[in-house]
Design a protein around this ligand. Structure first.
Ligand code: FE2
Length: 331
């Protein structure tokens, strides 16, 4: 067997994993398909409905055979954690490109200014980081939402600054029949301007332009997307919700908000969540089509610098509903 699956000490987690046998079956499939030339990587499932820690692999310059293994594992587990990689920015982008075209290359998410000074929390760029603290899928407010991302840690604070992930496929499957049927008929508009303003993080148009705040431009229309997304690779449905979603057509504003808030709260709960405590050099790869994620706060007096490379979605399957443009009153 070329992929070794590490056993968990948690018997409850083992029992739940054995119920779907995904890891074991996947590992056998990899071993069968990859042949004798494939390198061995070691997979340790997270104690959640998704996710795995991957050991015994070097991402920089990985072979096609290793990338093929990781691609299947990415689709299967949705979040892969690679400790100790210490990727340079070009290496990070090169690795991300193995999974698709890039929406954007390695970009710093940091409270450290260009001169080394720490930005105040009131700074508009700090607001942009704070806005990531509510659950969301990336780029649902753009015409084509992201397929995934590679995220790495260069400077981490002593405490806090963890990144949370939540499994929207498991959340969809956990819905009661009536709710599952209802959400299957609904869509919502997605807008970063909506989510930041709702969180009290409004940025002036002038500063949004000046700092090139992604997705906040006033001339970007909210994007209409179904509340249930069918994953383009697995064909399995998952919820597509989060902080950017609002204004469900056909519902009153308060009814829409209440439904979306309830879905978020119920979806993002154990065993469908995992929060990653970062160590410098970690690299994460996640499937944005299936997972939501969020930042968590840390002491603003401590520096943190992360690098985010975003993998573009396929316009055929990740585009917003076409031919519909939101009006300002709907936004
Ligand atoms: Fe994000």
């Amino acid at each position: 067997m070329l992929i070794r699956v590490r056993s968990h000490v948690d018997s409850e987690a083992r029992a739940s994993r054995q119920s779907d046998c995904a890891e074991t079956a996947t590992a056998r499939a990899y071993a069968g398909r990859m042949g004798r030339d494939a390198a061995a990587v070691s997979v340790e499932p997270l104690d959640a409905t998704f996710g795995a820690i991957v050991h015994d692999v070097v991402l920089a310059g990985a072979s096609d055979a290793v990338i093929a293994q990781l691609t299947e594992l990415w689709i299967d587990r949705a979040l892969l954690v690679f400790p100790g990689q210490h990727l340079t920015r070009p290496q990070q982008d090169e690795f991300a490109r193995r999974f698709g075209a890039l929406e954007f290359t390695a970009t710093a998410l940091t409270n450290v200014g260009p001169g080394g000074e720490l930005r105040l929390v009131e700074h508009d760029l700090s607001k942009s980081l704070s806005a990531n603290e509510r659950w969301h899928h990336d780029s649902t407010f753009m015409p084509v939402m992201a397929a995934g991302a590679v995220f790495t840690a260069e400077i981490v604070p002593d405490e806090g600054g963890d990144t949370g992930f939540a499994d929207m496929r498991a959340a969809y499957e956990a819905l009661d029949d009536a709710t599952r049927e209802r959400v299957g008929t609904l869509s919502a508009y997605h807008s970063r301007r909506y989510s930041m303003d709702r969180a009290g993080l409004h940025v002036s148009a002038e500063n949004a332009d000046r700092y090139q705040l992604y997705g906040y431009a006033a001339d970007l229309d909210p994007q209409l997307r179904p509340l249930v997304k069918v994953h383009p690779v697995t064909g399995r449905p998952n919820l597509l919700i989060g902080q950017h979603a609002h204004a469900i057509p056909g519902l009153a504003a308060d009814e829409s908000e209440a439904l979306l808030d309830r879905l978020d709260a119920e979806a993002c709960a154990v065993p469908r969540t995992y929060h990653h405590r970062w160590t410098v050099g970690d690299a994460l790869l996640w499937d944005n089509r299936r997972l939501m994620h969020r930042a968590t706060p840390h002491d603003p007096a401590q520096p943190r610098r992360m690098w985010h490379t975003r993998i573009a979605g396929d316009p055929l399957t990740e585009s917003a509903i076409t031919g519909v443009r939101a009006t300002r009153s709907e936004a």
